[in-house]
Design a protein around this ligand. Sequence first.
Ligand code: SF4
Ligand code: MG
Length: 323
Amino acid sequence: MDAGFLSSLGFGKAGAQRPVVRAVNGVSFKIARGEIMALVGESGCGKSTVAKTIARIYKPTAGEVRIDGEDVAGYGFADMLPVRAKMQMIFQDPYASLNPRQRVRDIVAEPLLEQTKTAEERKDVPARIAALLAKVGLNAEHAGRYPHQFSGGQRQRIGIARALSVTPGLIVADEPVSALDVSIQAQILNLMKDLRDEFGLAYLFISHDLSVVHHIADRVGVMYLGFMVENAPRDVLFAKPRHPYTRALLSAAPSIRPKRDVEEIVLSGEVPSALHLPSGCCFRTRCPFAWDRCASERPRLQDVGDGQTVACHLVDEPERDKA
Ligand code: SF4
Ligand code: MG
């Protein structure tokens, strides 16, 4: 699975008087088969938009979404049907995403039935449902129950079983544990990791919680105001964050603070409105290092080695980093 992504999104009809907000700007990344890629950032940074665009719940206004090399960005509903067998989504609120009037067996079977048309193909579905429920730690007895009869963690297991039913290569997971008690979060994260190991699944994992990301991700992309400002293997990012915004996020997360060779940064100020993006660097209104170049020139993601890319002018002028 190779979900390269490059997109800028506009909301609001062309020609209408409403302002156009670009929710995501030139965000580009790849996810390898078996890889868990996390996107982090404060709410409103565009990470959910990226997730829903890759899952093609939203249609991008520009750019590409490549699944196994196939650009699905412009696909309509019918075109997406075969693609859904390769890519599924799980949601933050498992209760809202499960039809309360459907039994678990019908919920889990739904994506599968979309893909199987003949009675011959469908005769194995009940056995497959039972196997899927076992895979996610539920049992065959649960198949006849309704969503309200389960706890939050169990509901997320049902959502995962549904996503798995078509043996996808990629699962897009938008804050999948944020609505769960902390004690349950680790169980669901470990289940997701086990399923990755067993099936070679890739995940795009959206979270605002760095400790969750640290637990599950192989690679982390940091987003701010619709831009990706840093992208690195997890251990590289947590040990030597380069972007001032990443450094600020990690400074504010003391529980996952390995010894780092960079100074901490405490953020002040508010996230600017996406309607009035700062010129140059999107982070400059809150960055302690900003200088005139940051107002005039938008920094591009640059490769700094170790699989790490950073969008910050400090990469060219490191002597200005005196935090
Ligand atoms: Fe700060 Fe300038 Fe780097 Fe932006 S480009 S993060 S304003 S130093
Ligand atoms: Mg969100």
